[in-house]
Design a protein around this ligand. Structure first.
Ligand code: KG4
Ligand code: ZN
Length: 381
């Protein structure tokens, strides 16, 4: 049991807040800094209907890392440390609340790039210690996985597919604290594969939108690209071989004709996108069969791709499950999702104290096999 930070120094933090904190409404500040976005948000939840997002501030670091071809952990950590207080102030001010009006401070405590996670946790601890408000450590992946409850009021249980530049996994979300991982990528995340493929086709970054645009004019059947791991049972996926297959096809064209035409670029982009779509669709079908749940939700930047989104929606329809895809600003990294997990945990009495640790790895499902690789944007689980 933790220690309460209020002046009277009650020793039973969880019990104390359950007993004394207002049942509703709750106002929670969320802080996120596990990758390359410094974010702070304030949510108010009355416990009756959807929570209000009073503010949702995100400072993206893309420009700081652009020259290096990936997120540089030291640069990210330094930028988070410099920007966190600014973002918290901006979030409080946009929400028109003072720190005294907040019921709890929720912060991403992992998984992610450890320097960034530590910056956020230290910032949140400082705020908690200074204001006497309770602290709630949040798993970043739980933030993504519970977002459909904030945006669509989804009831437990449901199947979740996280597909972004750093994540790729199927989770059965049974409660705010129980997640079952059915499978995930064994190498690159799909967004990472989109980015690398765009780079080798000479398209701009981020690669996802660039490939989607180029693919519109392309013939997805011109190049025979693989659908990795479809021949293997289960829900694990692999995307790095697909990227290598595009590289080989590109090099063969360059050898033959000295370069790529715009049509070649479009055909390769379309072929790659179709292969990723097929893999995600087939694995979703299997996951829906295994999960036997009434709803399916997606999150992550790759879910912005309309071909992928359509294919996933079709799979949900065919399985008789409802489909939820939160708006993009809440699908990608943000602090509103962290504040939302804070609200869910607060209502369960799950508070932390100043001993909260930053964790580079923190699987949502402790019983699942560890995922391979650390990923371009930090640990995958
Ligand atoms: O969720 P997100 O903003 O950040 C993290 O990875 O945490 O996802 C970014 C990834 C990038 O790799 C980007 O290329 C990909 O999502 N992405 C897309 C699209 N828009 C963004 N991939 C495919 N199609 C898109 N339209
Ligand atoms: Zn994320």
């Amino acid at each position: 049991m933790g220690r309460c930070y209020l002046p009277h120094n009650c020793r039973a933090t969880t019990e104390h807040y359950l007993r004394h904190a207002p049942a509703s409404p709750l106002i929670v500040l969320g802080i996120e800094s596990s990758c390359d976005d410094t974010a702070a948000a304030v949510l108010r939840d009355t416990g009756d209907g959807p929570a209000d997002i009073l503010s949702n501030q995100v400072y993206g670091q893309t420009d700081l890392h652009a020259a290096f071809g990936g997120v540089v952990p030291e640069i990210a950590a330094r930028a988070h440390a410099e920007k966190l207080d600014v973002m918290v102030e901006a979030a409080l001010s946009e929400a028109r609340v003072a720190i005294q009006d907040i019921d709890a401070i929720a912060v991403t405590a992992g998984p992610g790039l450890i320097g960034g996670v530590m910056s956020g946790v230290m910032c949140a601890k400082g705020l908690a210690a200074g204001s006497g408000k309770p602290l709630i450590g949040v798993n970043h992946l739980a933030g993504h996985a519970l977002t459909p409850r904030l945006t669509d009021g989804l009831a437990f249980p449901y199947l979740m597919l996280l597909v972004s530049g750093g994540h790729c996994q199927f989770l059965v979300v049974r409660s705010a604290t129980r997640f079952e991982r059915l499978g995930g990528t064994i190498d690159d995340a799909p967004g990472e594969a989109f980015d690398k493929t765009a780079k080798l086709l000479g398209l701009s970054q981020p690669g996802g939108p660039a490939i989607e645009k180029a693919a519109i004019q392309g013939d997805p059947t011109r190049f025979a690209l693989p659908r990795p791991l479809l021949d293997r049972p289960g829900c694990d996926m692999s995307f790095s071989g697909l990227k290598t297959a595009v590289l080989r096809a590109r090099d063969a064209l360059i050898d033959r004709q000295g370069g790529l035409t715009r049509q070649d670029q479009s055909d390769l982009a379309a072929g790659f996108q179709a292969a990723v779509t097929d893999v995600l669709a087939v694995k979703t079908r299997r996951a829906l069969q295994l999960a036997e749940v009434p709803a399916f939700a997606v999150a992550g930047g790759v879910a912005a791709n309309s071909a992928i989104r359509q294919a996933l929606r079709r799979e949900a329809d065919e399985a008789g499950a409802s489909f939820a895809a939160p708006p993009l600003a809440l699908c990608t990294d943000n602090a509103a999702m962290i504040a939302w997990v804070g609200i869910e945990r607060f209502r369960l009495g799950l508070l932390d104290d100043l001993t909260l640790a930053a964790r580079p790895r923190w699987p949502l499902d402790p019983d699942a096999r560890p995922m391979l690789g650390s990923g371009k944007k930090g640990a995958k689980a």
